[in-house]
Each structure stands twice: as C-alpha cells, then as structure tokens.
Write a protein that binds this ligand. Sequence first.
Ligand code: NDP
Length: 318
Amino acid sequence: MPPRDPREAESSFTDPDRDAYESIPGMPGTIMRMPEAPQSTDAAVEQLLEDLGEETQPKSLKYGSSLRGRAAIVTGGATGIGRAIALELARNGAHVAFNYFSYDGGGGMKAEAEDTAREIRQLEVKVRCEECDVRDSAAVERFVRNTVDEFGAVQILVNNAGIARDRALWRLSDEQWRSVLDTNLTGAFHMIRALAPLFRRQHDGKIVNVSSVHGIRSEFGLANYSASKAGLLGLTRSAAVELGPSNVNVNAVAPGYIRTTRLTSGVPAEILDTARERAVLGRLGDPQDVANVVVFLCSEYARHITGAVIPVDGGHLL
Ligand code: NDP
C-alpha cells in the first residue's frame, strides 16, 4: 500500500527497496510505491469523488463589474486551474487571452482550448486563444503583441502554465530538470518581461504567479518542481520591487492539492485521501478556490497588496 502519511513516505526511503518508489505523472508532490501495491480501483476513486461531492462547493465570487473593460492574459488557460481563472476573470467582465501548448506537436490541445474559448465568449467578453510555448521567448513576445493589437491594451497577467516531472533527485535527467524550470520559472519571466514595458507605460498592471505549497515546503522527489516554484516566489518579490513604482502589483498564490482532471484521473484514491487528511479543512481544493483568490488579487480590492504569497491550501502548510 502507498504510505498513508507523506512523512511515513519520507522515512520509508531508508528502505533498500527505495527504487520501487516513483512519482505520479502530472501530480506534483506525490511519491508512491509502484509495483505490487494494490492501486486504487476505479470504484475507490469514484467513491472518493462521491464523498467530495457532498462537501461544500466554492462559488464564483463576483466582485461586481470591477474588471469590466480590462484585459487579461492567462497562461495555460485551456485546462484545470488556468481555465477556472480565465472563466472567473471573464465573469467579472475582463476580456481574456490564453495560450495552450500541444507537447505532441500535433495540435492535440486545440479542441480543449476552443471549448474553453467558447465558454468564455458566452460571458460576452472578448476572447482569444493561441498556441504558444512559454519556454520560447520569441513565441511569447508574438503572443503578447498579437493580444495587445487585438484588445488595445492588457492590464492583467496570470502566470499559471506549469508542469511536473517528479523523481528522486539523483535520478532526475537533464531534460526533466530543464523542462520544469524552463516552463514554470523561465516561462513566467518571459511573460513578465514581455508585458513590463506596457505596464510601466500605462502605470497600471496586476500580475499573479501560480506557485505551489511545494515552493514553500518540499517533499521527496520534487527537487525540480520545488526549485521552480520557490524561484517563482523570488521572481514575484523582485518584480514587485521593480514594478511597484509604476503602480504594478505582483503577487503569488500557493495552491495545495487541487482537484483538476489531471489530478483525479492519474492519482490513486489513497494519495488523494492522504492529501485531504493533511489539509486542516479536510478537503481537496477546487480550481474555483484558486480562481477566486487570483481574481481578488487582480481587482482594486487588492490595491495595496504586493509581493505577497497567499496559500490556497486548506491549511496544508500548517
Ligand atoms: P494542468 O496540467 O491542467 O494545467 C497546466 C497548464 O499549463 C495546461 O493548460 C498546459 O497547457 C499549460 N502548459 C504546460 N506547459 C506549457 C508550455 N510549455 N507552454 C504553454 N503552456 C503550457 O494542471 P493544473 O491546472 O493542475 O496546474 C496549473 C498550475 O497550478 C501549474 O502551474 C501547477 O504547477 C499549479 N499547481 C497545481 C496544483 C494541483 O494540485 N493541481 C497544486 C499547486 C500548484 P496544455 O495542456 O495545452 O499543454
């Protein structure tokens, strides 16, 4: 069985059989025992989700029309947390541009991105989506330029795009290290650098970086992911210092375990259960929980907050 408690997982790495432990693809911060362990059955996952369904659900938090007429860029906005953020910004009146990136090279994510764009359009704001790899600075410059040309201006940037390639530190390949740092940290830098001149010129801007509780406290197998998310917190503070005099707020959120499709489809029920128990509120987060805080940080209600990191983790870090 996978350990019930992550602390047990760490101590069990004195076990000579440690190579039997692997990460769960797409699920940052989860290390599980791979082989003989009876993994969750579909029924067990279904049962867990059913239990979760009985919990209170987060509501869309409308801040009136405070974002009416403003324009936002959300990276990785087609799926999961990014999608919830893009929709919540649109519900509050902002025009939204988001990017997606198909790692298969065959445009595999296009359909999903178009679905999200359709849903945003129904909220009667402008929307645009474009394929753009945040690791590629020239592609980012192009995406930003196209968006500004179409929307006239942009005042909000949410750096949400991120990946995980979990593995014990001594087994991480160069590619696994680089791809995570390049996407989660350098990608955010590319976006901020591309928008900073505009934000400075217009003396107006809000930037929110989606970090993680694992940027604050790590677990086994997360060297690349934790380094990228901790780096993102450093970038948040530096950008807040440098852009503050131009009336640009730069903040970060640090989500705990959030129920996204990728999370629930790839992770055994036992691991989700452990994460739920670790959060003092006794539940996993929902993408909407993160979206509500991000939109708050993008609104004038957060006018005097900058350089801050807000955990959205149900008390996971306590
Ligand atoms: P998803 O995989 O659904 O979202 C990640 C998004 O990033 C996808 O839309 C993906 O686009 C995009 N992306 C990945 N690589 C690139 C790239 N090179 N260029 C452009 N876009 C890219 O996962 P989540 O919604 O769960 O995660 C969103 C963010 O929240 C991530 O930064 C993650 O680290 C963070 N987070 C998530 C937690 C969770 O429990 N779910 C907990 C803490 C933090 P595409 O699908 O088109 O490739």
